[in-house]
Design a protein around this ligand. Sequence first.
Ligand code: NDP
Ligand code: 2IT
Length: 448
Amino acid sequence: MESKIIQDFMDEVKGRNGHEPEFLQAVQEVAETVIPYIITQDIYHGKNILMRMVEPERAITFRVPWVDDQGEIQVNRGYRIQMNSAIGPYKGGLRFHPTVNMSILKFLAFEQVFKNSLTTLPMGGGKGGADFDPKGKSDNEIMRFCQSFMSELHRHIGPNTDVPAGDIGVGGREIGYLYGQYKKLKNEFTGVLTGKGMSWGGSLIRPEATGYGNVYFAENMLKTINNSFEGKTVLVSGSGNVAQYATEKALQLGGKVVTMSDSSGYIFDEEGIDTEKLKFVMHLKNVKRARISEYVEQYPKAKFVAGATPWHEKCDIALPCATQNELDGDDAKMLLANGCICVSEGANMPSTPEAILAFHEAKILFAPGKASNAGGVATSGLEMSQNSLRLNWTREEVDAKLKQIMSNIHDKCIEFGRDDSGYIDYVKGANIAGFVKVADAMLAQGVV
Ligand code: NDP
Ligand code: 2IT
């Protein structure tokens, strides 16, 4: 009966979104955990609530023309998916990457709705971006692209409507150019974007928040088995914003991080990536905008493995912080065979369904990104609060709030995810807890 309802639901969603595999993957995971819960709750019966949640309130696509340094006219496609505004203005990042399409942005926007609900802050869910590849572009090209992108996006966003932020390919530099163009067009200095610079409305700890929050979440999970990061070997994938600060916090808590990666391959440093080496990586990726393979030129004892992910190295803890579906069923089996006890997702949906199944069957600690990477958007929420109050909190204040939010999310996952044997299914916990708040708000607001 339960599986028939899930199947019928998914058939209808597939009928409407058949060519969107990532979106269907994200919806399937939610349907499998939330529908059995809905069945037990009379208030949701006859409301078609989950079907309403999988349909974006609005999906916008637009032309982004720009002129490159050679004077040639280029055209990209821009998007903003405004998924759900039941509990607050749409909120979520912008991704600039050549793979960006409707499926990827709808999966990200859908996950964002649940994630933002879990943060306890009043934020709806959205996501956007463009199929623009920032790699190899000059600063001026990036600026012209951002200006053209915002020339259309500004019509659809606002501090009480939709508040974008960064994601893959969109960091402090891009947020600056986007904000400048918004301000010029609207003649308004408002908190319309988060991840802003400190002298123009940004929040301390926002750059660190996703990576730090992920490690705080993992620390909470480890505590449930009386364990910690101290002395543990940690695999990190990615070398961007999330990976860098996940590495930094893991080091601070006594972990030994031995890998980082990018889309070309991964580096393995048996001696551990210490604070000084991490500083080198940050300069390499954020200032030189170079490849992670250059790490081994600076530290020749390390190795670079081209075209591979880090998951076949031995570890206690894995922190996937690069991109979706970067850790598959075989990778999961290898991690388990090598003794991994904890996987905490910094990226969005980095583990495939087969990998998640393997982790659950082995009953190790596994946190889905919508719970464990929520620290980024939560701190964006704190940036919005500071903008509205027109004041700035200290580093210590923001960090304390971030820690508390991650701990609260962990508690919520236990409340809805612990089974009779005591095992905590964080996927189920996060999906149901995220769902309840949004669904209740939608019920209260009627069929709109
Ligand atoms: P960055 O652009 O700073 O870094 C992305 C990293 O992932 C780079 O090392 C990049 O390598 C690698 N990567 C990107 N695409 C691929 C790919 N297709 N295959 C292999 N590696 C890839 O992005 P972030 O660190 O901000 O984002 C990383 C993940 O975290 C994403 O899933 C994002 O959605 C998620 N996230 C980000 C938040 C934030 O606040 N920034 C908040 C919550 C989640 P390369 O340089 O070669 O492209
Ligand atoms: O996936 C995410 O949560 C983000 N990219 C951050 C979104 C935000 O609004 O800070």
